[in-house]
Each structure stands twice: as structure tokens, then as C-alpha cells.
Design a protein around this ligand. Structure first.
Ligand code: NDP
Length: 337
């Protein structure tokens, strides 16, 4: 298939790009700058423009931002949308987070409808943040499924960066489904909602400061900081990437919202135990062992999860937490953490 991938410089998108190439698809990916496009070109020196090409979209919040990018020769068959802000260092939630997430998604869908009638499949990367009712806490009696929606309001989303992010994913995904209902485009939509995404980084990083938030926990734990678990499910980035490509290829996922979690729940104590067993050279850097219980599972238990649909879409076992932690920390060791 000929695929438009938005946000090709991102942590998850870089893995999606690799899976697309591996599975024989041809790609145009959007980046904010020529410099970012050049870094991806440099990482794939042997690929011609017919396999991997670039479109510059400096800000997805701008109206009609994607009008030019969706027009291609040969025309696109599918679009995978990953570009969305995921920074906690922001000052204006509306401008820096909500507008790009929501307008970026609806603007893209409108551009496809208007200028890219060849597109049959669209896959949007949403998030568990769009599913969780954070007011319920650990909610041991509940099982999270794709039927769950975060009830956050616009007013709550404006309160701080964390709420802003949660609101951005919720409102952007709701806006995508509303677009499908009201605009009835020729393409079908699938959304994937992953929880924390761990795994080795493939994109160019200017510094550890810009490491994605979910992987920053490994750096913190290796620096002796005892982090709360925050959310008790996760998935490896390589499974998320494969899931996006398989969902795009598999017409049977059309119209579905898929909770894209690994079947294995986790807490930060599990990660500490894996680090302790697999990396003896880092044992001295970990938080004091007597404190690990504080980041274990709460005595009353936590919610359950439903990973069945994600497993089926993947068509293979999930990468285990141990493997994901080991591969992530090996990568961190390589870059000298
Ligand atoms: P990254 O921050 O690595 O990637 C985000 C991408 O979006 C980058 O390419 C970034 O461009 C682009 N982007 C952000 N804002 C804009 C904008 N205003 N205009 C143009 N491009 C923009 O994040 P991840 O890969 O980790 O996450 C990608 C998606 O996955 C997000 O939607 C996130 O909500 C979702 N997700 C991530 C999880 C995780 O644990 N990582 C968990 C669940 C969902 P640039 O590089 O130039 O800044």
C-alpha cells in the first residue's frame, strides 16, 4: 500500500515506519522541518523517493495543514496518524496541546476526504488516556475495555499539562469518530489506544531531555528515584507499531476502537526486580530495596484489562515486560546513561 504517516520523527512513528518498510509498503511521512526529514533520509541511505519520501507540515494545528501532504502521485491507499503533542513542558494547554491534537486530527480527516479519494483506510493513534476515568483510582472491580471513555471536561483539561494531554487525546478521538458519523467519508477509521509505551528508541534524539515520557521512568529508576507506577498497564513500542500496520492492512478492524495493551499488567516494583536481575552493574544505582514495596501493587488490587482484541490483531504473543525492559535499558546503556 502507499501510506501517509504523520509525525515521522516521533518515538512510536519511527517504529511504525520500519514496520511499514519491512512489510513492503511505500511511505510519505510528514515532518515539521527539512532538517528532521534529512535525519530520516540519513538513516535510510539506500531507499529511493519511490519507497520513502517526505512532506513538511510545520504545525498540524493550522487549518488545511495537510491539504498538500495528502495529495500524492501515486495516490495514497492509507493514512496512519501519530503526530500529536506529548510534552509536559507547556504553558498554554489550549494552544500547545488541545488545538494541535484536535485540529490536527479533524483537519487531516477533512483533507483526506477532500483531496485524497483513493484513501480507503485511516488508523489514528489515540491513547489509554482517552479511556480512563482517573477519578476512580485503582478501581479493582473494573475491567478496562474499548467501551470506556475518559469523562474529562474541557474546563478540567485546561487545568494543567497532565490534564491537557488527557483531554487532548479524548477530544481528538471523539472528534475523529464524530467526523466519521457526520461526514461519512469514503475511508474507514480504526483507532488504537495504547497505555504506557516502553521500548528501545530508534529516532534521532538531540538529548535525553527529549526522550519520550514513558521511557523516562527507566532513567529515573536507574538514577535511584522511586517513581509511583501511575498506571498499571503497558505495551512494547514494537508491538504498537506492528499493531498499527496490521490494523491498516486488516479491513476487519474498520470502525473499531482497540485497547492496544499488552496482556501483562505491571508495577514499577516489577521493573526494579527485572533491572536488579538482568543488570548487576546497575544494582547500586537503584532505589533502596526496602522502599520497593511502595511502588508495588496496592493491597486492595487494581483494575483489570482486556487485551484480547489487540492480541488478535497482532496475531502473535506480546513482547514480555522482561524483554522490553532489557531491550530498553540495553539501548540506554549504549547511549551512555
Ligand atoms: P513523540 O513526542 O515522540 O512524537 C510526537 C510526534 O508528533 C512528533 O513527530 C512531533 O513532531 C509531532 N508533533 C507534535 N506536535 C506537533 C505539531 N503541533 N505540529 C506538527 N507535528 C507535531 O510521541 P510518541 O511517539 O511517544 O507518541 C505519539 C502519539 O502516541 C501521541 O499521540 C501520544 O499521545 C500517543 N501515545 C503515546 C504513548 C507513549 O507512552 N509514548 C502512550 C499512548 C499514546 P516533533 O518531533 O517535530 O516535535
Amino acid at each position: 500500500m502507499h501510506v501517509l504517516l504523520t509525525g515521522g520523527s516521533g518515538f512510536i512513528a519511527t517504529h511504525v515506519l520500519h514496520v511499514l518498510l519491512d512489510r513492503g509498503h511505500t511511505i510519505v511521512t510528514t515532518l515539521r522541518t527539512q532538517d528532521k526529514a534529512q535525519k530520516i533520509k540519513d538513516a535510510h541511505p539506500t531507499l529511493g523517493k519511490n519507497k520513502l519520501d517526505f512532506a513538511i507540515v510545520p504545525d498540524i494545528a493550522v487549518p488545511q495543514a495537510f491539504d498538500a501532504a495528502v495529495q500524492s502521485n501515486p495516490p495514497f491507499d492509507a493514512v496512519i496518524h501519530t503526530a500529536s503533542p506529548l510534552s509536559m513542558s507547556i504553558t498554554d494547554v489550549q494552544k500547545e496541546v488541545l488545538d494541535p491534537a484536535i485540529q490536527g486530527t479533524t483537519g487531516l480527516l477533512a483533507s483526506i476526504k477532500r483531496f485524497a479519494p483513493s484513501v480507503k483506510r485511516v488508523v489514528v493513534l489515540s491513547s489509554l488516556a482517552a479511556m480512563v476515568d482517573f477519578s476512580k483510582g485503582d478501581w479493582p472491580s473494573h475491567r478496562y475495555t474499548a467501551d470506556d471513555w475518559n469523562p474529562i471536561t474541557h474546563e478540567e483539561a485546561l487545568q494543567d499539562a497532565v490534564n491537557g494531554y488527557r483531554g487532548s487525546k479524548t477530544f481528538a478521538e471523539q472528534a475523529a469518530w464524530a467526523f466519521m458519523k457526520h461526514e461519512k467519508p469514503a475511508f474507514s477509521l480504526t483507532t488504537l489506544n495504547p497505555p504506557f509505551v516502553f521500548g528501545p528508541v530508534m529516532q534521532h534524539l538531540s538529548s535525553l531531555e527529549v526522550l519520550n515520557n514513558s521511557n523516562k521512568r527507566f532513567v529515573a529508576l536507574l538514577n535511584g528515584m522511586l517513581l509511583p507506577t501511575t498506571f498499571y498497564c503497558w505495551i512494547d513500542v514494537r508491538d504498537v507499531a506492528l499493531g498499527h500496520v496490521k490494523a491498516m492492512e486488516d479491513e476487519s478492524t474498520a470502525g473499531e476502537r482497540i485497547f492496544f495493551t499488552s496482556g501483562e499488567q505491571y508495577c514499577n516494583k516489577d521493573i526494579l526486580q527485572i533491572l536488579d536481575e538482568e543488570f548487576p552493574e546497575f544494582q547500586q544505582r537503584l532505589p533502596d530495596r526496602a522502599s520497593w514495596e511502595k511502588v508495588g501493587y496496592p493491597a486492595g488490587g487494581v483494575y483489570k484489562i482486556d487485551a484480547n482484541r489487540a492480541r488478535k490483531v497482532l496475531g502473535k504473543d506480546f513482547i514480555s515486560l522482561r524483554q522490553s525492559v532489557v531491550d530498553t535499558v540495553k539501548w540506554l546503556r549504549e547511549i551512555g546513561i
